[in-house]
Ligand binder design. Structure first.
Ligand SMILES: C[S@@+](CC[C@H](N)C(=O)[O-])C[C@H]1O[C@@H](n2cnc3c(N)ncnc32)[C@H](O)[C@@H]1O
Length: 217
């Protein structure tokens, strides 16, 4: 048995997330792929397996319930863009946990987008795609645009604004409440919720800043 399976299951229980055995296997296989490819591709600075579990996997898993909550009114299929996704965080985790969401992970670094494509093929995730591009150049529209460890709220929303569908929302994963970044946002972006997160075993502050385009009279 994978030594990370028990702590992963424990973390999922703490997050109140019920996943299938197949989804749990995919999450563990994803970590395995990061570990394998990072030796060649330098995908992440976090390399110890236990640390990868808390800092990458559980940290990303903490957004699943809040994301589902935002999408409860959804009747149609949703598309989510994960900006500056790197090794696929949180995009790949969202694709594994939410097969009903189509997830595109965009990154300017070709080998990172290629890695996400490899994950999609290896883990048979037909709802996941790695896109090699600058986010500013994308023309598709997404109902949710997410980021983690990417840029200031101002740059994130500015660079990805054209990719946001009508009535779409931004989901920015941050550490402690980013009051200064929020104050620097232009008037055409409104923060509608700052949601505190508890990441099992992490012992650090985490939040999601939810934003949407502001209606300007
Ligand atoms: C610090 S990494 C974060 C990776 C991942 N989200 C995570 O949490 O581990 C930021 C990523 O943003 C990518 N990036 C920077 N500018 C970008 C842009 N304009 N469009 C798309 N990706 C970009 C970088 O190549 C890098 O992989």
């Amino acid at each position: 048995m994978n030594t990370l399976e028990a702590p992963l299951r424990q973390g999922l229980a703490e997050l109140g997330l019920a996943l299938t055995d197949e989804q749990i296997t995919r999450l563990l296989d994803y970590l395995g792929l990061i570990q394998k490819w990072t030796k060649v591709y330098n995908l992440t600075a976090v390399r110890a397996p236990a640390e990868m579990l808390t800092h990458h996997l559980l940290d990303s898993l903490a957004v699943i319930k809040p994301l589902r909550h935002q999408l409860t009114d959804a009747t149609s299929a949703f598309k989510l863009l994960d900006v500056g996704s790197g090794a696929g965080l949180p995009g790949v985790v969202i694709a594994i946990c939410c097969p009903e969401i189509t997830v595109h992970c965009v990154d300017t670094v070709a080998k990172k987008a290629a890695f996400v494509q490899q994950v999609a093929v290896t883990l048979k995730l037909s709802n996941l795609r790695g896109v090699h591009a600058r986010v500013e150049s994308l023309t598709d529209k997404y109902q949710v645009v997410s980021s983690r460890a990417f840029a200031s709220l101002k740059d994130f929303t500015n660079w990805s604004a054209q990719a946001l569908a009508e009535q779409g929302i931004w989901m920015a994963m941050k550490g402690k409440h980013p009051a200064e970044e929020m104050a620097a946002l232009p008037s055409n972006v409104s923060v509608f919720h700052v949601e505190q997160l508890e990441v099992p075993g992490l012992g650090a502050e985490r939040c999601i800043v939810w934003m949407r385009p502001a209606l300007i009279a």
